[in-house]
Design a protein around this ligand. Structure first.
Ligand SMILES: [Zn+2]
Ligand SMILES: [Zn+2]
Ligand SMILES: [Zn+2]
Ligand SMILES: [Zn+2]
Ligand SMILES: [Zn+2]
Length: 369
């Protein structure tokens, strides 16, 4: 059994990786410097930001296979050193293929860490606030902190590197620093009172320091959730949200307790009411239709549906309608509010929520009751 911190080593401390341009082998974990020197001296190759590439052996293998198909000079751009005659092949994210490759490797890595964190039941840690000693899943730990101490770090489906996140939050509190505004207080009781009164028991969405802990930041190449959230705001302007939604549509990306319909902007505060709405307005009995799906498939179905609706694309037939009104008309006319074929939604990428704090996901456990 290995934890996320030892994860990279688990892929083989002693395995050697063949160079992408010759038959020499290198231990990339222990002696990365030798490989870097080799590619530079022997092949005139520079790999930009090499120490931050996730799963470097896979990266090298990818290019090895590519250079077998086509010579390196036809794929990789060269740079010339000022004044020097020699030119170098420069493997960097300036090349789209390289950028996509690095992104995919990062996503794979993060997914594996998240999978481990979701399923590992041996997480031991004392509570950040009380004497409670936790042993079990990370999700239960986050729930304790949320339910007992009202600190919401995010839906565990959206989080990764949870251990590090909790240690970081702990260090902030130890330093008597508010998590939200970063104000420093003379003693614990004053800090506690400040965070409670000012509603600062949360992480600031503007705080880039926390970006790495939210899986949504790894989803799309070059796209952080800030951008996605901004797009959600635009979406909010286009749809006329219904009257009993007392907050703007975009607000449900925060922990508002509102449950938003899978197909339109309608909100309710309880799951029964949202199911009734989906049944009467969209002619779809969600609970019955998803009875055969397991818990994770339901999560993926919801995330998939959200993503498609966000893209103004029918989740059932995948026709792109381009605007919300047309999409709504299409869904109604074609009767396409239903469960699509599982090949389309039962994919690992839909483990990720489309929106942070999607209350629908929190409450999905209750469907079976
Ligand atoms: Zn070589
Ligand atoms: Zn506690
Ligand atoms: Zn504060
Ligand atoms: Zn609806
Ligand atoms: Zn359709």
């Amino acid at each position: 059994m290995f934890g996320p911190l030892t994860f990279p080593q688990a892929q083989g401390q002693n395995t050697e990786t063949k160079c992408f341009l010759c038959e020499d082998s290198f231990n990339l974990r222990l002696r990365l410097d030798i490989f870097v020197l080799h590619t530079f001296d022997v092949h005139q190759c520079v790999i930009d930001d090499v120490q931050n590439i996730k799963n470097l052996p896979q990266y090298v293998l990818y290019w090895r296979n590519r250079f077998k198909e086509r010579p390196i000079e036809q794929i990789i751009p060269t740079v010339r050193n000022e004044g020097a005659q020699q030119h170098y092949f420069f493997l960097s994210t300036l090349l789209k293929e390289d950028k996509l490759l690095r992104h995919r490797l990062t996503l794979d890595y993060v997914l594996k860490v998240q999978e481990f964190e979701r399923t590992d039941l041996n997480y031991k840690r004392s509570c950040l606030f009380c004497k409670y000693q936790h042993e079990g899943s990370r999700q239960e730990y986050l729930e304790h902190i949320f339910k007992e101490h009202n600190l919401h770090l995010g839906n565990h489906y959206n989080l990764v590197f949870i251990d590090e996140l909790i240690e970081h939050v702990d260090s902030q509190l130890q330093a008597l620093r508010c998590l939200f505004c970063k104000g420093v207080f003379p003693e614990r009781a004053v800090l506690k009172e400040h965070m409670r009164k000012k509603m600062h028991k949360q992480i600031s969405p503007e705080d880039v320091e926390y970006d790495k802990f939210y899986i949504i930041n790894y989803l799309e190449v070059d796209k952080s959730w800030r951008v996605l959230q901004h797009e959600t705001d635009n979406y909010a302007l286009e749809v006329d949200y219904e009257e009993n939604c007392d907050q703007e549509y975009s607000d449900w990306t925060e922990a508002s307790g509102q449950i938003t319909c899978l197909y339109c902007a309608h909100c309710e505060t309880d799951m029964g009411a949202i199911f009734d709405h989906i049944k009467t307005q969209h002619n779809f009995d969600f609970a019955r239709a998803t009875k055969e799906l397991d818990f994770y498939q339901k999560i993926k179905l919801i995330n998939y549906t959200r993503r498609m609706i966000y893209r103004k694309t029918c989740p059932y037939c995948t026709e792109e309608l381009g605007d919300s009104a047309k999409l709504q008309a299409h869904l109604a006319q074609e009767g396409h509010c239903k469960v699509p074929s599982d090949q389309v939604f039962d994919q690992a990428e839909y483990y990720f929520s489309t929106y942070e704090n999607d209350t629908f996901l929190y409450l999905i456990d209750d469907i079976d009751d």
